[in-house]
Design a protein around this ligand. Structure first.
Ligand SMILES: [Zn+2]
Length: 413
């Protein structure tokens, strides 16, 4: 039997239903925030399933939970798959959890099919991907990849003042697992994460598998425009340096300059402040935020230059300045893993398309450690971070079949 034939749609669907009870909300979603009692319950349930199959489990100092199926070469770095079990306060039952359960189903499918692999194959549940209770998000994977420092993360507090270190200790007490020695992180031979798309592109294109090419980069800016405050009733047009008028000219030019034909560039002005904020005073100062995202760093560089040019051109006679506050570069997944995902989808006769990820995922950190990629499946109307989030058992199983074939191949390299 091939490993893909070992994937059982009913078992995978039932596991989603079982997990959805932990932190389940009346509207059918979940509230299972990082390092809560519900998170601990999910860890315990996964560990119970793992023990029943004879897989080994262990955790690390940031609470990432690993389930391992042994390979024939115990010294070979494992191939890993997974995602997160924590949710938004009003989250859905598939975001993150699907990636963990698909990885676990892949382990079971390999076991049921009697497939031996050279490398161990590991399912992982990364701690605190959502970042809704403790910030920043994607924390467990970032610590594992040595992107964030463990000691700094342990000091982070939630809005009630609970320190992460204490919440983690409590969680590990409620959901004990053998602890790895030393700081998080170990050699990994490859990483593939499956996730619901959280957008409508697959559904609109009627495709089952998204071959994820990378995760888009994002930059945030603050634009500040300064003019002169003046009397709204007496000041003629020629004498005005109206900061809000300049801001609207700039904003409309920016919307135009960021409208790309294939609708990949994401441009958002999400917060505007007009000062002094009086109905009968010409605004003397306006500031607004820009959130700019694209999978290609060159496009971001190019649009940033356009932004700088328009900033000068469109705001006269006011003065304007631009401050870049964050710059998260795009993740480019490994070309061989991308090709492998596409080839396995085709081999299984599953419709597919290449696409970048609009949202951030744990894979963006692990991609710095080893060859990495992602697989998307459709979710209903693209809705996510919402209790009504939905996906079909068929699509979830299809993504898992692609996953297990990719993992098997990577685990024998
Ligand atoms: Zn997620």
């Amino acid at each position: 039997m091939s490993a893909a034939k070992g994937v059982r749609e009913d078992r995978l669907w039932q596991r989603h239903a079982d997990m959805a009870k932990l932190g389940g909300t009346p509207k059918g979603g979940v509230n299972r925030q990082a390092l809560s009692a519900e998170d601990a319950a999910a860890r315990n349930l996964l560990a119970t399933w793992a023990e029943a199959r004879g897989f080994s489990i262990f955790t690390d100092a940031i609470g990432n939970l690993f389930v391992q199926r042994a390979g024939t070469d115990a010294k070979a770095p494992p191939v890993m798959s997974g995602s997160h079990m924590d949710s938004q306060p009003t989250g859905g039952r598939f975001d993150g959890m699907y990636g963990v359960l698909a990885a676990f189903e892949a382990l079971e499918a390999l076991e049921d099919a009697g497939v031996k692999t050279r490398r161990p194959v590991m399912a992982v549940a990364w701690t605190n991907e959502e970042g809704s209770r403790f910030q920043p998000g994607a924390m467990g994977s970032a610590v594992f990849a040595q992107r964030y420092r463990l000691d700094e993360m342990l000091k982070v507090k939630d809005w009630k003042g609970v320190v992460l270190k204490d919440a983690l200790a409590e969680t590990l007490k409620a959901a004990p697992a053998p602890m790895l020695d030393g700081p998080p992180g170990f050699p990994v031979g490859g990483y593939v994460e499956v996730h619901i798309e959280q957008g409508p592109r697959l559904e609109n294109a009627r495709k089952t598998i998204g071959v994820v090419t990378g995760i888009q980069g994002s930059r945030r800016y603050i634009v500040t425009i300064e003019g002169d405050e003046a009397h709204a009733g007496t000041t003629p047009r020629a004498a005005r340096r109206d900061a809000y008028a300049a801001a609207t000219r700039l904003a409309s030019a920016l919307y135009e300059a960021t409208t790309d034909e294939d609708d990949t560039l994401r441009f958002t002005i999400g917060r505007v402040e007009v000062l002094p904020g009086s109905p009968n005073t010409v605004p003397g100062k306006v500031s607004f935020t820009i959130d700019l995202r694209h999978p290609d760093n060159a496009v971001l560089d190019d649009r940033e230059k356009v932004l700088e040019t328009l900033l000068v051109e469109k705001t006269k006679p006011c003065t304007a300045r631009l401050e870049r506050v964050t710059n998260v570069p795009p993740t480019y997944f490994d070309p061989e893993v991308i090709d492998l995902v596409r080839a396995k989808a085709q081999g299984l006769a599953l419709s597919n398309m290449d696409m970048p990820s609009g949202a951030g995922h744990d894979a963006m950190h692990i991609a710095r450690l080893c060859p990495a990629g992602m697989i998307f499946v459709p979710c209903e109307r693209g809705i996510s971070h919402n209790e009504i989030e939905n996906a079909t058992p068929q699509d979830l199983a299809a993504g898992t079949r692609v996953l297990v074939e990719v993992l098997e191949e990577l685990a024998n390299r």
